[in-house]
Design a protein around this ligand. Structure first.
Ligand code: DX5
Ligand code: ZN
Length: 227
């Protein structure tokens, strides 16, 4: 398992997005963009024009997390614009199979996100359709919230389902990920870690990413080699 860190620019300075992206470009694996529409979640952030503009200014692959109603309408456009990963929410999607296939057909990785209260088992049959499962570790909508421990057992069950499925599916966590909580997520089986406040709220974003990666890697080692 390879640990990947996807810093969320939700905690960055939106007026200086290109500079903020550049500040983590040498150490981050992805750049996580939270697209919120004020309907699916009670917050409004950025949309396709900003993603397109940022693509012209960063070499980092973009990880677009769509917290929007009607992802059927928009998801493929993010993929065709050049986002390397596009994640839709299970709770928002009325046609997830079609939408996930559209994302892939535009050349992007397809992600499926689950809110804290959404169980993973009903989505087991969708695993062949996805490249990443995102288990939210806070209620989506805002950065800077406290990590929800109650999600840890779902992360472990998701890892189990993914292992049984056998494909190369990444397991991402998002919300309240810090130096301390990242180890528990990695122990439970997560391998892609979104962090907003812990990275862009730090005076040293590069150092923060290195620390997060080290903490996840040592915890993941104990998960892969129990005992
Ligand atoms: C929340 C977003 C997260 C957010 C995480 O709905 O999906 O990506 O930026 O922020 P932190 O790391 O501050 O919890
Ligand atoms: Zn997110």
């Amino acid at each position: 398992m390879t640990v990947q860190i996807s810093p969320s620019v939700l905690a960055a300075d939106f007026a200086r997005l290109a500079d903020e992206a550049a500040s983590v470009a040498s150490v981050a694996d992805w750049l996580h963009l939270d697209v919120m529409d004020g309907h699916f979640v009670p917050n409004l952030t950025i949309g396709l024009p900003v993603v397109e503009a940022l693509l012209r200014h960063t070499g980092l692959p973009l990880d677009c997390h769509l917290m929007i109603a009607d992802p059927e309408r928009w998801a493929a456009d993010y993929a065709s614009a050049g986002a390397r990963n596009v994640t839709i929410h299970a709770e928002a999607s009325t046609a997830p199979v079609r939408t996930l296939r559209e994302i892939r057909s535009q050349g992007a990785r397809a992600g499926l996100a689950l809110n804290p209260a959404t169980q993973v088992e009903p989505y087991a049959d969708l695993l062949p359709e996805i490249d990443m499962l995102l288990v939210m570790t806070v209620e989506p909508g805002f950065g800077g919230q406290h990590f929800l421990d109650l999600v840890l057992s779902k992360i472990a069950r998701a890892r189990e389902l993914i292992s049984r499925h056998g494909g190369e599916i990444w397991l991402q966590v998002d919300g309240g990920v810090t130096d301390e909580t990242i180890a528990r997520c990695a122990e439970a089986g997560a391998d892609v870690f979104v962090a907003g406040t812990a990275v862009f709220g730090s005076h040293d974003p590069t150092g923060a990413i290195k620390h997060l990666r080290e903490a996840a890697q040592s915890a993941a080692v104990s998960w892969q080699h129990p005992g």
